[in-house]
Design a protein around this ligand. Sequence first.
Ligand SMILES: Cc1ncc(C[n+]2csc(CCOP(=O)(O)OP(=O)(O)O)c2C)c(N)n1
Ligand code: SF4
Length: 276
Amino acid sequence: MSENNNILVKDYFRTNKLAHIWCPGCGHGVIMHAIVRAISELGWNKDEVVVVSGIGCSSRAPGYMDFNTLHTTHGRALAFATGVKLANPNLKVVVVTGDGDAAAIGGNHLIHACRRNIDITAVVFNNTIYGMTGGQYSPTTPTADLGTTAPYGNIDRPFDITALAGAAGATYTAKTTAYHMKQMTGLIKKALDHKGFSLVEAMSVCPTYYGRKNKKGDAPNMMEILKNTFVDAKAYDRLPEEKRVGKIKMGEFINIERPEYTEEYLKLIERFTGGK
Ligand SMILES: Cc1ncc(C[n+]2csc(CCOP(=O)(O)OP(=O)(O)O)c2C)c(N)n1
Ligand code: SF4
């Protein structure tokens, strides 16, 4: 481990909570690392950072991170985070959530957080499956793929979470993968620094359930699939139509300004109380 990584572990992790629960080769650790590295590079004071999660393998991450952390109920991380941010708008609020947590049971909270443009950053750990509960298909499982609850193949169409968030009103959206750690850190940093609702869809790998059920090979092989499938936006846009087949565009999608919710809320209070 490099000296830099040693400092990260010492300063930003609850080492007494390690070893973590994740399976060998799980992609979630890479994403947790990227979040911590982004916060460290921004130089934020740990005491003003709040990390909120729901339930799932991904949602275990805040337990290991030495910030103010809340491990809440399945799908409700954004609702709890909204309460935290409204109670103290000066806090820097980050939500860690899985594809099931964010887009199935928590889907309604997700679209409304986007619509309100509240200054929260959501990092969606998207492994395209429910990892913690044994590999049921999720709203991002590709059509025809296998899951415990789709033994003959999933017939649903998957959500593109980045596009969903953009359509619902998020003012910063980006997609990246656990293979592209450097890009991921940079995009999370930009999302954290953005005023308004930001979402980074971080593609992860679940070798234990998704990988085994769909014969994707071992963890390194699944990382190789991420590497070969996801193409940075600029390179993707240059590809001829036929070469885009089977490729997915990643990078920054939306970065715009709109009034932020807690600021609008404070203005309203001031208008009706005359600032008293
Ligand atoms: C109200 C409620 N419903 C269902 C569950 C069971 N449950 C726990 S985690 C989970 C799925 C987690 O999947 P995801 O959010 O994709 O995260 P992953 O484990 O893949 O990281 C489910 C269905 C629960 N804990 N609470
Ligand atoms: S079940 Fe899947 S998502 Fe959960 S820790 Fe294991 S590899 Fe990771």
